[in-house]
Design a protein around this ligand. Structure first.
Ligand SMILES: Nc1ncnc2c1ncn2[C@@H]1O[C@H](COP(=O)(O)OP(=O)(O)OP(=O)(O)O)[C@@H](O)[C@H]1O
Length: 228
């Protein structure tokens, strides 16, 4: 579960990105985070995986208090969470296999387990046959599927995606959305910040709209609600 209570975030330059946010997201939900550019969506997301710390308020994620968590415990906490970015963030000199395996090697899995888990997850995203390729030999949609594989290979409870379809065409975006739906169907919470009106209005989910650092709307099966 994700729970924020009266959260404020002011960056060191004085910009207040979140201005009193309270929200509860249960395990297994699929939530779109929408809102105008600069509204605070990425900040909201970064607070959940403890990339940023709130200035005020409380945040509980998977029973971990993200205000009092010790620095040395942050890597353990992050094993609960897979993160997917708009620009994929793949390592260009590594193969697809290595990009995904890297996420496991850093947590000291045995080589045999790593091989099985990486090949299983590449199969899940439909890229088993491209394991030996490097990222620049893949299409944008395929690269995004690799980054999703990397995010889910540890079986996290929560997957967070910050504009995962921002660089992809509509057809490929649909494919990525379906991949997230199948991850969600297995019980993983999915949070997706997006500017895609088409996806939000077609695949109805909970919609949390952030505007000027506050929650402006929170609707089950909501609409995108902005003109683009
Ligand atoms: N590291 C930072 N330091 C200072 N200000 C920041 C930082 N990150 C974000 N901001 C500011 O906080 C506000 C909210 O930014 P945020 O990235 O959360 O918005 P967003 O809703 O994700 O926008 P977009 O849709 O354009 O990605 C903006 O005014 C932004 O300039």
């Amino acid at each position: 579960m994700i729970e924020m209570n009266n959260v404020y975030k002011t960056y060191p330059n004085g910009v207040t990105a979140l201005n009193g946010v309270s929200i509860k997201i249960e395990q297994g939900e699929f939530v779109y985070i929408v809102g105008p550019s600069g509204a605070g969506k990425s900040t909201f997301i970064k607070l959940i995986y403890r990339e940023e710390k709130p200035t005020e308020g409380s945040i509980l994620v998977q029973n971990t208090d993200l205000v009092t968590i010790k620095e040395k415990n942050i890597p353990y906490f992050r094993r609960n969470i897979g993160v997917v970015f708009q620009d994929f963030k793949l390592l260009p000199k590594m193969t697809i296999y290595e990009n995904v395996a890297f996420a496991l090697e850093v947590i000291e899995e045995s080589p045999r387990n790593i091989r099985k888990r990486v090949m299983d997850v590449l199969e899940t995203v439909g890229l088993k046959n491209k394991a030996r390729f490097t990222p620049n030999e893949l299409s944008g949609g395929e690269q995004q599927r690799v980054s999703i594989a990397r995010a889910i290979v540890n079986h996290p409870k929560i997957v967070i995606a910050d504009e995962p379809t921002g660089n992809l065409d509509p057809e490929t975006s649909l494919d990525i959305l379906r991949t997230f739906e199948s991850i969600n169907a297995k019980g993983t919470t999915v949070l997706m910040a997006t500017h895609s009106k088409a996806l939000v209005n077609e695949f109805k989910k909970r919609v949390i709209a952030i505007e000027s650092g506050i929650i402006a709307r929170d609707e089950d099966r909501g609409e995108y609600g902005y003109e683009i």
